[in-house]
Design a protein around this ligand. Structure first.
Ligand code: AMP
Ligand code: FE
Ligand code: FE
Ligand code: ZN
Length: 279
């Protein structure tokens, strides 16, 4: 069993990389990939924690791409975490996040919610501060009942405290990942929120730009979607990968490796990714 989509305290997860390795070993996982949003900060700690254990640590990152309606995320596996170009680009994205965070705070205050930057900082982990930290801070302050309510009421796209942030195009994400020696995979394709034929066309276009895989196995994917995306992968010569998108306490119902209990990511996904980056 493997899990190729996991977040740590370096972005919006609540576990340290060392805790993730320990949990992976307990759950009987043979490999776990760290895929924090816009940061490579957790990669070295994960690799170090995995040394001498039964768990293989896979370096990764999750980048957000421009997307009209829904959410498009591109995963990068086996990227060189010392790549200067990638580091610089990711820094640009993080600067964009800082500006955006200030705007979100302003909007919340204007809407009458008493909340300060220190409240957000209290929730943040090591590197990247994002909307999940705002959501938790709003819960702690008693403004909303749950993180989900915070998104539904305020923070989700189209809600009153939402603010856009700087993103690369999907093509730029793919090129960047490849430049850093990695392989690019389209994360949770269902969140792109497009009619089937349009989505398929989009994936085809990305495959032509160098996309290497598609995350068919995903905790929140309906079984029909697993079948649909696996079929596309076969047709387009893409690798079928998968993971839970585990965020620790920020996804309390989700288990590392199995998601809501049903997920089984085929072990060969990892072997195929490795073969692709080696060639
Ligand atoms: P950000 O990168 O700051 O825009 O935050 C995006 C992250 O917020 C995602 O990766 C999820 O972890 C979380 N998120 C986005 N939308 C929702 C939602 N509707 N409910 C709960 N969490 C969400
Ligand atoms: Fe997240
Ligand atoms: Fe994602
Ligand atoms: Zn994720």
């Amino acid at each position: 069993m493997i899990d190729l989509h996991v977040h740590s305290i370096f972005s919006d997860g609540t576990n340290t990389p060392a805790e993730l390795i320990e949990m992976a070993a307990t759950h009987g996982l043979s490999a776990v990939a760290i895929t924090d949003h816009d940061t490579m900060g957790g990669i070295v700690p994960l690799l170090e924690a995995a040394e001498g254990t039964s768990v293989e640590a896979v370096p990764g990152i999750e980048l957000s791409a421009e997307c009209e309606r829904g959410t498009m995320h591109i995963l990068g596996y086996f990227i060189d975490h010392t790549c200067e170009t990638l580091k610089k680009k990711v820094d640009t994205v993080r600067k964009g996040r800082e500006a955006r965070n200030r705007e979100i705070l302003k909007k919340l205050n204007k809407l009458g919610y008493v909340i300060m930057w220190s409240d957000i900082e209290d929730q943040a982990g090591a590197d990247v501060v994002g909307r999940p930290h705002f959501a938790e801070a709003l819960v702690v302050r008693g403004h909303v009942k749950s993180r989900k309510a915070a998104f539904d009421l305020l923070l989700a796209k189209g809600r009153p405290a939402y603010v856009e942030r700087y993103r690369f195009t999907a093509r730029e994400c793919i090129e960047l990942i490849r430049e850093a020696g990695g392989i690019a995979v389209l994360a949770h394709p269902a969140t792109i929120y497009m009619p089937d034929d349009q989505l398929k066309g989009l994936v085809k276009g990305l495959a032509e730009c160098g996309l290497g895989g598609i995350e068919a196995y995903y905790a929140e994917h309906h079984p029909e979607n697993i079948v649909r995306f696996s079929k596309w992968a076969k047709e387009m010569g893409l690798i079928c990968t998968g993971g839970t998108d585990y965020h620790g306490g920020n996804t309390p119902d989700l288990k590392l490796g199995t998601g809501f209990g049903q997920l089984r990511v085929p072990d060969e996904a990892l072997a195929q990714l490795k073969a692709a980056v080696a060639s």
